[in-house]
Write a protein that binds this ligand. Sequence first.
Ligand SMILES: NC(=O)c1ccc[n+]([C@@H]2O[C@H](COP(=O)([O-])OP(=O)(O)OC[C@H]3O[C@@H](n4cnc5c(N)ncnc54)[C@H](O)[C@@H]3O)[C@@H](O)[C@H]2O)c1
Length: 256
Amino acid sequence: MSRRLEGRTIIVTGAGSGIGACFAAGFAAEGASVGVLDRDLEPAQQVASDIAEAGGSCIAVPADVTDQLAVRDAFSTVRDSFGRLDAVFNNAGITFNSPFLETSAEDFRRLHEVNVLGVVIGMQEAARIFMQDGRSGKIVNTCSVASRRANANFAAYAASKFAVHALVQSGARSLAEHRITVNGFAPGIVDTALWDAQASTRAARSALFDKYGETIPIGRTAVPADLLPTGIYLAGNDSDYMTGQVVMIDGGIEMV
Ligand SMILES: NC(=O)c1ccc[n+]([C@@H]2O[C@H](COP(=O)([O-])OP(=O)(O)OC[C@H]3O[C@@H](n4cnc5c(N)ncnc54)[C@H](O)[C@@H]3O)[C@@H](O)[C@H]2O)c1
């Protein structure tokens, strides 16, 4: 295996599960030291111990991405443990079904606090460390196909992911002078725990994914590993002259 991220330190938020867990393991396999950040310590520790068992370098750091001081502490712990910080993936996110007319203010606030404020905090705290250290840095936000098209049943989620797309652009413009790039990637339908609430049984989940798959030009839904090569590209030197972009990795659902 090539070691495309050798010597780098990368933090992934929401890395206790799904896309974040896959990215954390994949980055470590490419030689990066990884900060596995999650609100839930136990899954983060499990991901970190799997990475360590495979010979990777990593540390689990618990933090809720909506808590600025906790995120600051967690990012500093990772930087201090490995001596540097090169990239932060603001990936933690939640969703729930929220038909437009039935979305309560409370649900809307809860979702936006994690998906939008959590990303703002991650971007600010990453930039703070890059600037303190006088280093260039990379910020990568997890957007969504819902950043491009809002589905009737996911009103609050789509609004939050449009906002994350906006943060990629305003962050890129604000931080370029500090040699910090900001990009994003937009998954389509990926088989992770995020979908657990949408199907109560294994069979129902499988039927749901089959149904979605039929509507996707590439002919199937995704697994986190489908996204990893783009994540490695966005974390490494090959994407240095790129900022303010959101890469669609959705099997062709949205063509822009
Ligand atoms: N799965 C999909 O189909 C899909 C599609 C497009 C975008 N996304 C986005 O990908 C990202 C990762 O989702 P996933 O599918 O891997 O889901 P997942 O549920 O498997 O993982 C999300 C992780 O984020 C953590 N998390 C949630 N709230 C947090 C908080 N406040 N602080 C810290 N950690 C928190 C959870 O504990 C969990 O480990 C999310 O931003 C999601 O919106 C997912």
